[in-house]
Design a protein around this ligand. Structure first.
Ligand code: AMP
Ligand code: ZN
Length: 462
């Protein structure tokens, strides 16, 4: 049986579906205003991994993952952020409509997930098409005394009406200070920690409501969509750890206030991905896209394997070296599987399969499961036909396409982004006999994974 670390209870909990044999899982989805970077993708892999591990125990899952195409503001880290909508801001930058931007990046997101063998969730509702659900939920919260409308058409959640606020992140209401961006407390609010469910506004992507024209807050979107598509008993809710506060605290308050009980049983959060030692984030420009990995001639599933080498709630530092190592492992395993496929089929190596499964069930200990895979690869006492079947069996969870690519010629090497410019600059430096610059550029290229060799005919690379 799968056990996961529950952020709210701060301990490992067995996953027992509230509703028979089907686990209901809600995964916070993307805001579709740019390409997802591989850090985001690490968070989106989590629900897929949970689903695949549950299937080993013959537990099925239903997954809902929202697509946020309106309402997520540029600065949504404060409990009540004010600012510009991320999608609208990008639309202005690219000279396109908000809808065009949202659909374009939503398609890119779906392609990325499919490339990473993340199975499509059963429900992927768009916020802009779920406005009625949000209006209904807000109206209910007002009626129950958990929310109040103000003159400009905005509606706020009354934080003090939900005393258990803060159980996920530890940010209790009495400890929350008034936001530092606003001069004093927003006079529209009854209490400084109240947050907007609806924001009165006249602009693109706004809707008419009983309170006035406007657009939804980001947090109410997830409450409305999860309650509608999965109901009032959701077994697991996932997201990256930065979503614990305020997004998940606010969502929990809204959903629980509406249902009258805890809607989500287990809150599960993925740790952040670092790239070359720094958090991968668009804001700092430290970003790697799946397309960069492909452009560098690597199999994009090397990213999936690199992720699996770390447990989901372990911080992980990705580098070009780790990606290249994962790519080599992937190719080697496929090669071996192709060789073993030549032998007659044999039953799976039950002891290895059981150990890997126990590792997966143990809070998704994928590094331990991969150690079992490597051990089996080397164990010559196990019949090749049996190793073939066991690798394929484990690949149901790993999702690495271990049985494909047989006989495929090796990928043509492609330079990583920025390397062409560095090679050109180095050729010039060598022409000018500027050896220090030439050496520096060679080292820079090496950090990108490009090895330069000087020949009588000039430099070559591999
Ligand atoms: P955002 O588009 O910033 O709302 O993020 C989308 C999802 O990606 C959320 O679940 C975030 O928690 C997650 N996320 C953002 N940055 C990282 C990162 N560097 N590593 C892992 N997950 C991340
Ligand atoms: Zn969410």
């Amino acid at each position: 049986m799968l056990r996961l670390y529950d952020t709210r209870s701060r301990q490992l909990e067995a996953i027992v579906p509230a509703n028979g044999r089907v686990v209901r899982l809600y995964a916070c989805g993307p805001t579709v205003y740019r390409y997802a970077h591989v850090g985001n993708l690490r968070s989106y892999l989590l629900p897929d991994l949970i689903r695949r591990v549950l299937e080993q125990s013959r537990v099925r899952s239903v997954i809902c993952q929202n697509i946020t195409d309106v309402g997520h503001l540029v600065d949504d880290d404060e409990i009540d952020p004010s600012g510009e909508d991320k999608v609208l801001q990008q639309a202005r930058r690219e000279g396109r409509s908000a809808l065009e931007i949202a659909r374009f990046y939503e398609d890119a997101f779906r392609r990325d997930l499919s490339t990473l063998n993340v199975r499509t969730p059963e429900y992927t509702p768009r916020a802009s098409e779920s406005i009625d659900l949000m209006i209904e939920l807000i109206a209910k919260l007002i009626e129950m005394g958990h929310a109040y409308a103000v003159e400009d058409g905005s509606v706020f959640f009354d934080a003090r009406s939900f005393p258990s606020y803060g159980e996920i992140s530890g940010n209790r209401l009495d400890a929350l200070k008034p936001g530092h961006r606003v001069e004093g407390v927003d006079p529209r609010k009854r209490f400084h920690a109240d947050w907007a469910l609806w924001k009165g506004a006249e602009r693109e992507m706004t809707w008419e409501t009983p309170w006035g024209r406007g657009f939804p807050g980001w947090h109410i979107e997830c409450s409305a969509m999860s309650l509608r598509f999965l109901g009032e008993h959701i077994d697991i809710h996932t997201g990256g750890k930065d979503l614990r506060f305020p997004h998940h605290e606010d969502e929990r308050a809204q959903s629980n206030a509406s249902a009258g009980h805890d809607v989500v049983k287990h809150w599960v959060h993925g740790e952040h991905l670092l790239f070359d030692g720094r958090k991968m984030a668009k804001s700092t420009g430290n970003v790697l896209l799946l397309s960069d990995v492909k452009d560098a001639g690597l199999d994009p599933l090397a990213v999936r394997l690199a992720f699996l080498e770390h447990r989901y709630r372990q911080q992980m530092n990705l580098t070009w070296d780790t990606l290249q190592a994962a790519d080599r492992t992937l190719r080697r395993w496929r090669q071996r599987v192709a060789e073993w496929a030549e032998s007659p089929s044999r039953p799976i190596a039950a002891e290895y399969a059981a150990r890997a499964r126990a590792a997966f069930d143990d809070d998704l200990d994928t590094p331990a499961a991969l150690r079992v895979v490597r051990e089996l690869e080397r164990d010559e006492t196990v019949d090749p036909g049996s190793r073939f079947e066991t690798f394929l069996h484990l690949d149901h969870v790993l999702g690495l396409d271990l049985s494909i690519d047989i006989g495929k010629p090796p990928a043509v090497p492609v330079l990583p982004p920025g390397a062409t410019e560095l090679l050109e600059a180095r050729a010039k430096a060598r022409d000018a006999k500027d050896w220090p610059t030439s050496d520096r550029l060679r080292d820079e290229l090496a950090t990108l994974g490009v090895k330069v060799t000087d020949t009588p005919d000039g430099q070559t690379w591999s």
